[in-house]
Design a binder for this molecule. Structure first.
Ligand code: FE
Length: 135
């Protein structure tokens, strides 16, 4: 996958302050405050920074956490992970494989079929509605 590389100045110009804080500074939005945790339309969730398609709506489920939660990415190569040892915890960070943006974290307490929970900030995502063909 070809990487999207931009200077922090460019990212700062293109992203909202909240998107920049989460995607580029590994921030976390407050639970139950994002635009997509309680969002149920059919379509695709993309990286808010580079537009890469990350998750399908049929992999989204209500984890009760207050953040958009998915049991799997659109394809295995749509998520990169790293060890995050900040805040006195060891967690798995979820990263956009194309632009390196911080998405959220991965936990081993998800539902079938994977048992994995991709816990993602709304600020890191954009949503594209399924094309229903005709209007
Ligand atoms: Fe990205």
């Amino acid at each position: 996958m070809e990487r999207t590389v931009k200077s922090e100045e460019e990212w700062r110009r293109e992203l909202s302050p909240e998107q920049y804080r989460v995607l580029r500074e590994k921030g976390t939005e407050r639970a139950f405050t994002g635009s997509l945790w309680d969002h149920h339309e059919e379509g695709v969730y993309t990286c808010a920074a580079c537009g890469l398609e990350l998750f399908a709506s049929d992999a989204k489920y209500d984890s009760g956490s207050g953040w958009p939660s998915f049991h799997s990415p659109l394809a295995p190569d749509r998520i990169d992970t790293d060890v995050d040892a900040s805040h006195g915890m060891v967690r798995t960070e979820a990263i956009c494989p194309r632009c390196g943006g911080h998405l959220g974290h991965v936990f081993p307490d998800g539902p079938p079929p994977t048992g994995t929970r991709y816990c993602v900030n709304s600020a890191s995502l954009a949503f594209r509605k399924k094309d229903t063909g005709g209007r």
